[in-house]
Ligand binder design. Sequence first.
Ligand code: GDP
Ligand code: IMO
Ligand code: MG
Length: 430
Amino acid sequence: MSNLVVVGTQWGDEGKGKIIDILAEKADIIARFQGGANAGHTVVVGEKEFIFHLIPSGILRPGKQCVIGNGVVIDLKALIEEMDYLKDKGVKSEGNLFISENAHLTMPYHKILDQIMDKRRGRGRLGTTGRGIGTTYSDKSARAGIRMIDLLNKETFQQKLEINLEEKNYLLEKFYDRQRISKEGILEEYLSYGEKIRGCITNTSRLLNQAIDEGKNVLFEGAQGTLLDIDFGTYPYVTASNPTAGAVCTGLGIGPTKIDRVMGVAKAYTTRVGEGPFPTQFSPEFEEEMRLRGKEYGATTGRPRRCGWFDAIVVRHAVRVNGLSSLAITKLDVLDNLEKIKICIGYKHQGKILEDFPALLPVVQQCEPVYEEMEGWKEDISSVKDYEHLPQKAKRYLERISELLNTEISLISVGPKREQTIILKKLMSH
Ligand code: GDP
Ligand code: IMO
Ligand code: MG
């Protein structure tokens, strides 16, 4: 038995989708535990590209069970669109997809309010994905949310919707000077969604614990990344959930004793989409060049991603808060043409060198990264199949990262495709 958590170690988009797809081959169940349709996980199979927002990336492996846990916030419209999108591409999700009855629903007003609220922040905007994530989690914490199970009972759903709309419409009309939202439209639309996915809604905590007791392999698919964590990220420039490993337990109803290993996914450089501090961000010209090389455009919003050097302070923070047992390094091929490659090994602040990620934002903003420079390998590595055949200088770069983080590297990705993967250590038994 081996249950493995996969989390992002930077600001999201590390290539978690690809890694999950690789590992899912040996898993029985793949489960999402937090986040919502703000995620955009890309998997390339042959000539086909798939982008997942809510459905676990493991759905591409026939016969695997996929779970959307109670910790995920679900935009049903987006979910059904994703099921149809997969169906069009020849992938069946009905019968293999299980949704927690306790998961909270992202309603149309959550998306509208998320967008309006972020716009209203002006210069202080977070640059959210506009998918209603923060507003759904706010209602969950305020004990006002509507859950999946509520949808299956018309009276309960209607009652909760009315209570919510009363407040949201007041806010929309009186505070934001926007149009009201009518109850009738939502009621009809959502009840029909409920009918469509009734068969998927279940007690997923029981399903998972039973599978674990039977010795099945479970893969936990994190969304976003550690620096977007509401507690451990660059608050307030973060998402509204905990994308870190601890959330697996609360987001799925699994005890910590059931988790064997935690793998962190890190890009061989760093990217960030949305606002907030980013100490190792490249200069604009070089950033544009690297963005093109790495095709760094958001999978959910299409926004250009900000790009920078690998930041060992950021990933070391992720090693600690997630208790990482190993790392997967992705997009190493994107660095192929570089003469010199830099790694950030410390932050200089008021004459002192900081080795831990600072909690205070102004400190992060004032920091000057301290770099170590390494020689680039200047070779195409995108078809390298095993570690031995990587150029010496690429190995040195990886070894230095592993040394700085005091964590082993168990997987290296050298391209978006399945076959562009170097597996150094078997991670799941079977
Ligand atoms: P996620 O959100 O962590 O799943 O990552 P995204 O899917 O948002 O972004 C990663 C992007 O990089 C996707 O377009 C992947 O197809 C692509 N990708 C993943 N691994 C590699 C790699 O090793 N090399 C290259 N060049 N692209 C990769
Ligand atoms: P995956 O799973 C990258 C960012 C947004 C914004 C901040 C808050 O593909 O790695 P939100 O809509 O969550 O309230 O936005 O978080 N963000 C992501 N950035 N990858 C993601 O997911 C992200 N999900 C949210 O850009 O800065
Ligand atoms: Mg993404």
